[in-house]
Design a protein around this ligand. Sequence first.
Ligand code: GLU
Length: 477
Amino acid sequence: MRVRFAPSPTGYLHVGGYRTALYNYLLARKYGGKMILRIEDTDRTRLVDDAIENLIQALSWCGLEYDEGVYIDCEDNISQKGQYGPYIQSQRLDIYKKYAQKLVEQKDAYYCFCSKERLDNLRQEQAENKETPKYDKKCLHLTQKEISEKLEAGEEYVIRLNLPADTVIEFDDEVFGHISFNTNDIDDQVLIKSDGYPTYHFAVVIDDYLMKITHVIRGEEWISSTPKHIYLYKVLGLEAPKFVHLPTVLNTNRKKLSKRNDDAAVEDFKAKGYLPQALTNFVALLGWSSNEQDEIMSMDKLIENFDLSRISKSGAIFDVEKLNWMNASYIKEYDNYSLAKICMPFLKTPCSIEKLSLIIDAVKDKMVLLSDINNLSEPIFFKEKLSDESISLLLSEKSVIVLNQLKESIENADDLNSQAFQTIIRSIQTKCGIKGKDLYMPIRLAVTGEEHGADLAKIMAAIGSEELLRRIDEHIN
Ligand code: GLU
């Protein structure tokens, strides 16, 4: 099995694209195959700076390690690995030209010199007559002499596929089943554009063949292009690969998930504080389901469970609530120190990794995103100002007793962890006979400025004795 992820370098990795890459990867790993990253950059009007670098970095952040194709080397340069390269289409122009020539010689393709104006008029006429918009094969009837003269005169041309009329092209898709199209509904596809670059449709066929791809796994939107590809394989005398089309990823309004209206780039999710494991697990379930109950699956488990037969045909809805739930469960699996390390870049108030570990110990259960660390750690950094109501509560007789007692206990102890704080709070209860809200509320208010929040003893450990004493003193005074 040889599979490929063949993105056009748009500047970001769409989650739908990541889903395609992931399914390619899971199948390659499951069946001991090879996965290739090929860059399809033949649309020169849509080039974006650093797009290839961004794409590779996003794939690598997701934990997806392919075997062949385009990479970034240790000096941050784009490099390529594998025996079927180059893997960047703009570096393969001679190859496409050679195959296009072969098709022209066979009369399965032809030069077309029609101007944009003529094509626009034709299209408009067809639209008015409610006909399928198609090229009318005018240039197919040029004589060899006319063609040579036009070429010599340097006239602009494209090379088109010569599709026969009224012919059925069919194939069996591994997900969508038997599919057939009539050539009457298909245009004579341009294979080589006037800038000398191939179109996607031509390059994809040549490359999938030369790179020995066995399974083409890609989005549903390419189903209607597949007959052109199948016909090209046929006239080139090549065996077509298997086709696996994946259902479109939709937003909750059942519209195609798009960067314009939704969070749709892997990079967006990274920046928001999602974990790559959670995003991967979630994306794997967009259009595929495991036969096991447990939806939380590591990459290894996904490889083990993944199966083409459980890919669904109907659109896959991107439900952020579910992604959030998954992210929270992956966050809970981390130990405090490791989570602190990955939260550090999100933290807006600088502190040591040790302190952040203690904060995490107190708030981990409430975290959904890594960036939640900022809101959740606010009481620890104590930015809040107390309300009048809270101040009067702190001035009550019981509060004063509790705070004085707390101060004394902290002063008399050294090296306090959350358990020790728990013990201190309990001993105040026994000693002073104050319990429940009367006991906890003044402590929480005095040390965090808030009425509710995470586990009090853990919060106190994160704040630390010195700062606790400062805050308590402030209130006593
Ligand atoms: N370059 C195409 C894309 O960006 C790839 C389609 C395919 O996999 O054949 O979607």
